[in-house]
Write a protein that binds this ligand. Structure first.
Ligand code: HEM
Length: 213
């Protein structure tokens, strides 16, 4: 059985593997995203592949910066001693979130699944930004616990792409629903899960802390 203390280390390891995976798959193995773009044939907005790919590379790059900087701030100990670093790294996270959101804003009109997916991605953009800004407002008011909670909520959105693809694999490859429909359901399913999972975590932590007293 996994010991309680080793859960953060395991989580950090999985995040590092995922960051490397996202970089290698998108920037090295499939730099032209041929398979992904093939699902857009016949869509309302015609993708200009050269521009789309450049924006997508920026998107993936800053998504990985957000994942890495967020992870470092969550796992680093001696917060009091490294306050300056925590704050600086925190702003790196916020800038990365803004750039992922901006690149997402460009790609949203061309999203797989058309208008309905486009609305979903724009909704995601707004929710992620609002949650991240709330986390900053909380720490400016010196509410450390609330800041931590809002940062956990914000960090959950770093797993958007992973969740959408997991949903798509299950619905498309296992159940046989078309790729485009699976992707769209995956997008909305991910929004619900990304909002719900941190709340479930908070409840588990609360129960465990009560049991430990
Ligand atoms: C932080 C982790 C994220 C990573 C690693 C990531 C990665 C990617 C990748 C590789 C793609 C290309 C298509 C694919 O393989 O799905 C993509 C597309 C896209 N992402 Fe992200 N993404 C992340 C977060 C987000 C977030 C939080 C949003 C919205 C706020 C977003 C919005 C979009 C949009 C609109 C597209 C285009 C989808 C399409 O053309 O159908 N991404 N992302």
């Amino acid at each position: 059985m996994i010991r309680r203390q080793s859960i953060p280390a395991l989580f950090a390891l999985l995040c590092v593997i995922y960051i490397l995976y996202a970089l290698v798959i998108n920037l090295i193995v499939h730099p032209n995203a041929e398979t992904f773009l093939s699902h857009k044939i016949g869509s309302e907005h015609v993708v200009k592949p050269a521009v789309w790919l450049k924006v997508m590379n920026v998107h993936v790059g800053f998504a990985c910066v957000a994942m890495a900087s967020g992870l470092i701030n969550f796992v680093s100990r001696n917060y009091e001693k490294r306050r300056r670093f925590h704050r600086l790294n925190g702003y790196v996270y916020v800038i990365a979130v803004v750039l992922v959101d901006l690149s997402s804003g460009y790609m949203a009109p061309y999203a797989t699944g058309g208008k309905i997916s486009s609305i979903g991605f724009n909704l995601l953009n707004m929710i992620w930004m609002a949650i991240t800004v709330t986390a900053i407002v909380q720490i400016r008011k010196k509410r450390i616990l609330q800041h931590r909670r809002w940062m956990v909520r914000s960090y959950a959105f770093c797993f958007t792409n992973l969740l959408i693809h997991l949903f798509t694999i299950v619905l498309h490859q296992w159940i046989g629903i078309t790729y485009v429909t699976s992707y769209t359901i995956g997008l909305y399913g991910s929004i619900v899960l990304l909002l719900a999972l941190p709340e479930v975590l908070f409840r588990i932590w609360k129960t465990k802390n009560r049991a430990a007293v």
